[in-house]
Design a protein around this ligand. Structure first.
Ligand SMILES: C=C(O[C@@H]1C=C(C(=O)O)C=C[C@H]1O)C(=O)O
Length: 97
């Protein structure tokens, strides 16, 4: 058991504070993204456009994979994450038709 004032405990708390801030930022960013995709979904419903756009998704995935490499981040995970988000967006688009 390490004490409250142990240097390791202090360092762990400092890093975890940053992790908590980053998680909060991610939630706000995702909320903004879903506000935008909601508008897209309403436009698509109004003009009878298909909920998904595979060509656009392909461009986004290629772009995010490139950005991930630049950022020294795992491009496979980036693609999985984007696909997960897009699947939820498409589900919302189907629901508002
Ligand atoms: C938001 C859109 O709808 C869908 C969701 C996308 C996304 O979440 O980025 C991208 C393409 C579409 O499959 C769009 O067409 O722009």
């Amino acid at each position: 058991m390490v004490s409250e004032n142990n240097p390791v405990t202090t360092e762990l708390r400092r890093i975890r504070d940053s992790i908590d801030n980053i998680d909060a930022a991610l939630i706000y960013l995702l909320a903004e993204r879903f506000k935008c995709t909601k508008q897209v979904g309403l436009l698509k419903a109004e003009y009878d456009l298909p909920p998904s756009d595979p060509a656009r998704e392909k461009q986004q995935i290629e772009r995010l994979r490139r950005l991930s490499v630049d950022a020294q981040f795992d491009p496979v995970f980036a693609e999985k994450f984007l696909n997960f988000v897009i699947a939820e967006v498409i589900r919302h688009h189907e629901a508002v038709r």
